[in-house]
Design a protein. Structure first.
Length: 144
């Protein structure tokens, strides 16, 4: 990820860590615009680290993006509930990862196109109610 981002003139990589606890400490020290966080990391998990970062008033401008190999619906929900500004899978195209940094840094949220399946599952569906009993109405509105 670093190599991909360092090559961009408008993006500065200010740190990298191997575990969540170090990521939270580094974020508090550097206060970056965007933090990339994995779900499973040594130390606390990425969801706990995300929630810690976004709930800190000193870090209110920091946006967290989850970048992971785990395309599980529970992780997606949990990441958004924890306050992540987005969720992408590690198989996302490099150009899309760079665009994601810019998008999230500008204040917008972003989700992986793979999440459209998840969003489809959230959409209300017509229920399978039994048909209403048929009736006829006369002009006066009385039922017959």
């Amino acid at each position: 990820m670093d190599t991909l981002l360092v090559a961009r003139a408008d993006i500065e990589v200010v740190g990298e860590t191997a575990d969540c606890d170090a990521a939270v400490r580094l974020t508090k020290n550097v206060v970056p615009d965007v933090v990339w966080m994995d779900i499973r990391m040594p130390g606390c998990d990425g969801l706990v680290a995300t929630q810690t970062i976004v709930s800190d008033p000193h870090l209110s401008q920091v946006r967290v993006m989850i970048l992971t190999t785990f395309a599980l619906d529970d992780y997606r929900f949990d990441a958004l509930r924890a306050g992540a500004s987005g969720f992408l899978l590690k198989d996302t195209e490099p150009a899309d990862l760079v665009a994601a940094v810019r998008t999230v840094a500008s204040g917008d949220a972003l989700i992986s196109p793979a999440m459209t399946r998840l969003m489809e599952n959230l959409r209300p569906r017509p229920n399978n109610r039994a048909p209403r009993p048929s009736s006829t109405s006369s002009p006066s509105g009385s039922r017959t």
